[in-house]
Design a protein around this ligand. Sequence first.
Ligand code: AMP
Length: 316
Amino acid sequence: MYKVRKGTLFLPNLSPMLPVNTTFASFMIIIRSSEALLTHIQKLRKEGCTIGFIPTMGALHPGHLSLVENAQKQNDIVIASIFVNPTQFNDPKDFKLYPRTTEQDIYLLENTGCDVLFLPSVNDIYPAGTTQLPHYELGYPETILEGKYRPGHFQGVCQVVDRLMTLVTPERLYLGQKDYQQCMVLKKLLLLIDSPAQIEICPTFREADGLAMSSRNVRLSSRERSLATGIFKALTLISQKLQPGSLAAIKEEAFHLLDEHQFRPDYIEIADAATLQLLTEWDGKKKIIAMIAAFMGEVRLIDNMILPLNFANYAN
Ligand code: AMP
């Protein structure tokens, strides 16, 4: 293996046709077992490399790739994983229908300049099986919003991320603001497992009409896809009408707007962005977050917006 710096292959002086230092398109190493990953990480550590890590469930889109690009700026090596984690799906139908596009994902990651792709099996992630898995004391964030509507979901997320962090041991973990509550839960997980890794929360990538990019969007029919902008419109409405005082009226208007777009909301909530305490009033100062989860047909979508907008819409 001659790889020294991304995209650059330092050749020994065996090839007189090529200059000693020849730049090639970047290439990516694909690792399919935890043993092979551990061996590779050991080698990277010996070389003194820092690692940025992006765990995903695949069906990649530009939002995922933006995490890879952010990681490239801050680390020597970028490792992404693709694993559709069965333990975080509270709805078996959702697990079955989750899009799987591994060939295309490999192509996209390679072209973005990702260094390593980890493609584990269920056995690599859960070597002792999936019946007796660890339980994490996640406290309040597990009792509200996604935690309330998707019982067991965050335990599953923590089970897979705990195992992946143990294997990859990155300096930095890259997460998307779209899953804001998940970011909060994973901050707690890193404390519980004594991980020194830093969490970097990256902004939500959106389609031109505002719909947050999501692997699940491909399951929307073309009619549902055009109605699905309703979530972003509802968040925008909240941002425009936000005033200090009671939040009841703007939540009501947002519900109405979702209803007009044929969404079936699980929740529209406004919370303290630091603690996720649900708010009925805003003091006009606090950084807050409007969060929506709603069904469009059979597809459940989530999105959020940090407010007021003069706080950069960036969650770190
Ligand atoms: P997933 O594959 O859906 O589990 O997502 C993997 C990571 O990508 C998570 O940290 C997500 O929050 C993040 N992500 C998903 N969608 C977006 C998006 N539209 N913009 C930025 N990050 C995203």
